[in-house]
Design a protein around this ligand. Structure first.
Ligand code: GRF
Length: 204
């Protein structure tokens, strides 16, 4: 059974969607550890309530050395739990190049826009304010640049004239919860090739 390590900083709804997909047999994996840089992240509490191992590793500053030290502690936990795939699920911290190198093409992230449009914070509001007619969400491998790695799966969400940014964000989130477990299942299957920036499925 493949082991997932989940990294989160907030409410953890994507983590819960992954957990639900496993419970419902849509994703053949187990969550080995949930880690957070925020001790008060609601997602950590939710993980503990589900009987999962969940740990806070608080960040100590934002400089290069502090980041490296924090990432080293995170990596030690992921290795100790034999994690195969690291899933960032609202993890609001940029991970160091050493972290990326420790799990090559084995770290995935979900972002609430159709990348490369609207990287960075508050992507749903960015898209709404820009006036796009279609936005969505993207699951991608993590590389050293923010919201940049090879795209695994995307789902489009239309923007309606009567939308608010909040209503749009809620509809994007619904799609995130569908697409993230599906993308994780695809990656764990190993049935893909990466050519330059293109993720290509081998079967079906
Ligand atoms: C999601 O919108 C995700 O796309 C982004 O951060 C948010 C996390 O939400 N990376 P949650 O903690 O999973 O509910």
């Amino acid at each position: 059974m493949k082991k997932l390590g989940i990294l989160l900083s907030g409410r953890g709804s994507n983590f819960l969607a992954i957990h639900r997909a496993i419970a419902e047999g849509r994703l053949d994996a187990e969550i080995a550890i949930v880690l957070s840089n925020k001790p008060d992240a609601p997602g950590l509490e939710a993980a503990r309530a589900l009987g999962l191992k969940a740990l806070a590793i608080p960040q100590q500053g934002k400089g290069t050395e502090a980041r490296a030290a924090h990432d080293a502690l995170m990596l030690a936990e992921l290795w100790a739990h034999n994690v195969d795939l690291v899933c960032l699920a609202g993890y609001m911290r940029i991970i160091s190049p050493a972290f990326v190198a420790a799990f090559p093409n084995r770290i995935v992230n979900i972002h609430p826009s159709l990348l490369p449009a609207f990287p960075g914070l508050d992507a749903q509001h960015q898209a709404f304010d820009h006036g796009v007619k279609v936005t969505g969400c993207t699951v991608h491998f993590v590389d050293e640049a923010v919201d940049h790695g090879v795209i695994i799966l995307q789902r489009a969400v239309p923007v309606h004239d009567e939308d608010t940014a909040e209503a749009l964000a809620a509809r994007i989130l619904e799609q995130e919860h569908i697409v993230y477990p599906e993308a994780i299942a695809r990656v764990l299957s190993g049935d893909y090739a990466i050519q330059d920036r293109r993720y290509l499925r081998r079967s079906s």
